[in-house]
Design a protein around this ligand. Structure first.
Ligand code: AMP
Ligand code: MG
Length: 407
């Protein structure tokens, strides 16, 4: 069997079309360092200082003048600790007891490790030769004053906050957070806290979306459940479009009678409707209501999540001005036999597990139906099966994409 559909477009092509239609926001806000985690840097950051700002020792040992290294004995004139420098100059045939991170005294240019010294407490003798400048961390070794240390568009990680702090920087300009409104559509949906009528199901998509958006450090605006009614859908869109950068809906994008998302969008905005050569999540609606970006995702809980990861997440990152980042994908042996149809990419749910040696393999979560949210919950990655693949035998190598990458 073949699932080739000559009207469908590839995942990469859909993403390219989406991004070519987006203009990254330019507004930024100044925030304290601690609040900048996960936010997108709005400007390049240049270092105002050299790091280190003074020459210091990389080892516990003795600081000396390299030209005195061959002397039979060097007199120990004092001690320098990290944060407690020795204030005087090192002269001929003198040395200084020095500890890691301590400032190198004037005159000294070399540090000898304590392991290569014989000492009687008052003087030392070197037991090996040393090279000029060894174990001295020079001014600006790590970062030079004026050097660009972080580029605009970087999403700030914990070490970035530490790096900025090491430069004495207390606040940074970051892109403002995106406001992303989302709602679910469907008469069959029951909000949490209400009692479902027979034939109703609980609305789960808004909770998955809340989590997905919060992981992106974006402000999600929960607009609730919209019934399958064109007036209600139009009112909800118009209301949401006043106050956000993007709208995500789930449900109501198939071409069934009760699917009003596309008809309303066509009326009040611009719309693209694509069949994507992927499973799950084939139909994708992308459009705009004035400047507000619109994503209409399938209501199927699994499709909704896989299309979010493939399209909405990169698009929202781009819209916020984040540098382009490639999703982390790598190959591992597969422990389960897999089947698929040709003609589309499949994002099956997998569990990436290390063996006793730490080598990773992936196994399937089992049944891959698009309504089985429990299979996504058990999974920690997608097993990405390319268009031409038909089946995977146990031991075959497959591509995986972890849900949480390095970015
Ligand atoms: P639709 O995209 O509206 O055709 O919905 C596809 C399937 O997903 C149907 O079985 C819906 O009942 C289900 N569904 C739609 N929206 C949600 C939701 N918010 N939470 C859970 N299931 C949903
Ligand atoms: Mg529906």
């Amino acid at each position: 069997m073949d699932d080739y559909d000559n009207e469908s477009i590839s995942v990469a092509e859909a993403l390219r079309r989406i991004e070519s239609d987006l203009i990254p926001i330019t507004e930024s806000v100044q925030v304290a360092l601690r609040s900048a985690l996960g936010q997108v840097l709005a400007q390049d950051v240049c270092s105002p200082i050299n790091v280190p700002a003074f020459p210091n020792s990389a080892m516990d040992g003795y600081a000396l003048r390299h030209c005195d290294a061959a002397a039979p004995r060097l007199r120990v004139v004092g001690t320098a600790f990290a944060g407690k420098p020795y204030a005087q100059v090192i002269h001929l045939d003198e040395c200084l007891r020095i500890f890691t991170g301590a400032m190198l005294p004037e005159g000294a240019d070399t540090v000898v490790m304590q392991e290569y010294v014989q000492t009687d407490g008052e003087s030392i003798q070197l037991t090996t030769a040393c090279t000029l400048g060894q174990f001295v961390i020079k001014v600006g070794d790590d970062v030079k004053a004026g050097q660009i240390i972080l580029r605009a568009g970087k999403r700030l990680l914990p070490a970035d906050l530490g790096l900025l702090a090491s430069l004495g920087i207390t606040e940074v300009a970051v892109k403002r957070r995106l406001r992303v409104a989302y709602f679910s559509t469907g008469d069959e949906l029951c909000a949490l806290g209400e009692v479902p009528k027979p034939s109703q199901i609980y609305d789960s998509n808004r909770y998955s979306l809340a989590g997905l958006l919060s992981r992106l450090n974006m402000d999600g605006l929960d607009m609730g459940i919209i019934p399958d009614d064109p007036v209600a859908v139009e009112n909800a869109f118009s209301h949401a479009a006043r106050d956000c950068d993007a709208i995500i809906t789930s449900g109501g994008v198939s071409v069934g009678d009760a699917d009003f998302v596309t008809t309303v969008l066509r009326k009040i905005g611009q719309i693209h409707f694509w069949k994507i050569a992927m499973k799950p999540g084939r139909p994708l609606t992308f459009g705009k209501i004035q400047k507000v970006v619109f994503f209409g995702l399938s209501g199927n809980p699994v499709s909704m999540i896989s299309t979010f990861y493939q399209f909405v997440q990169p698009a929202l990152r781009y819209l916020q001005g984040q540098q382009k980042v490639q999703a982390l994908r790598f190959q591992v042996p597969c422990l389960s036999p897999l089947k698929k149809l040709q003609g589309r990419v499949e994002f099956q749910r997998g569990i990436l597990v290390p063996d006793e040696q730490g080598k990773l393999s992936v196994r399937s979560t089992g049944k891959q139906a698009a309504n089985m949210l429990s299979s996504v919950s058990q999974a920690n990655c997608f097993i990405v099966l390319p268009v031409e693949c038909r089946e995977v035998a146990v031991g075959d190598v497959v591509w995986v994409e972890p849900f949480e990458g390095l970015i």
